[in-house]
Design a protein around this ligand. Structure first.
Ligand SMILES: C[S@@+](CC[C@H](N)C(=O)[O-])C[C@H]1O[C@@H](n2cnc3c(N)ncnc32)[C@H](O)[C@@H]1O
Length: 200
């Protein structure tokens, strides 16, 4: 991420954390159900039981709770760019393996079966499409089995200022340039889509 974009993202979420504390509101979800629905769809990428999982920009690590409830054997590691979120996770759930940093700056190559990302493209930055492509490429390089990520969709009928709405078709075509095995899901919420990318 460009430095000014990283600073803007961190400032945005640190302000919300100061205002709302550890809440779905801080993460920008209108309702807790919409966060949960996204998790359910992400987890349908494949058989993730006992898998090594990387959660890119985990927020408050709610996906950890979701995964552990379904499979206590799952091995979870997360990276998050907002220091206040990482401080909170380390205090509230010291068992969670989490590091603070910019995903594009860290080296993770080939260590994870599944790489997940939920809501990480939501805030518009100086070049959201370029950042999205770089992030998808790195997530795919980093996984052994598959990547699953979501984004707000250009098909949304309501748009909030400061948010990025990706084209599902363009994102699908980009993912298809990285692997022949791609699934696009736009069947669970009108304004959101999820992509699965498989090694084979
Ligand atoms: C909407 S929150 C979701 C957090 C978590 N993945 C979840 O679903 O609960 C987005 C997370 O991605 C990180 N992030 C990085 N770049 C971002 C961007 N451009 N827009 C929004 N969030 C971004 C934030 O720090 C935040 O933790």
């Amino acid at each position: 991420m460009k430095r000014e974009d990283r600073t803007a993202v961190i400032d945005h979420f640190e302000k919300l954390m100061a205002e709302h504390g550890a809440s779905f509101k801080t993460l920008g979800f209108g309702r807790p159900e919409s966060q949960l629905r996204r998790f359910e769809v992400l987890a349908e990428v494949g058989d993730i039981r006992g898998a090594d999982i990387l959660d890119v920009y985990c927020g408050l690590a709610d996906f950890y709770d979701f995964l552990k409830a379904g499979d206590p054997g799952v091995r979870y590691h997360a990276i998050e760019v907002v220091p206040a979120f990482v401080r909170h996770i380390r205090k509230a759930r010291p068992e969670v393996s989490v590091e603070v940093g910019d995903f594009l700056e860290e080296s993770f190559d080939g260590e994870w079966d599944y790489v997940f990302a939920s809501g990480i493209f939501r805030r518009a930055v100086s070049d959201s499409w370029e950042l999205m492509q770089k992030s998808i490429s790195k997530m795919f390089r980093t996984c052994r089995v598959a990547v699953a990520f979501n984004s707000l969709s250009a098909y949304a009928d309501k748009r909030e200022e400061g948010e990025f709405f990706a084209s599902p078709e363009r994102t699908f075509a980009f993912c298809k340039s990285l692997t022949p095995y791609v699934t696009l899901r736009h069947d669970y919420m009108p304004h959101d889509f999820t992509i699965y990318m498989y090694r084979k």
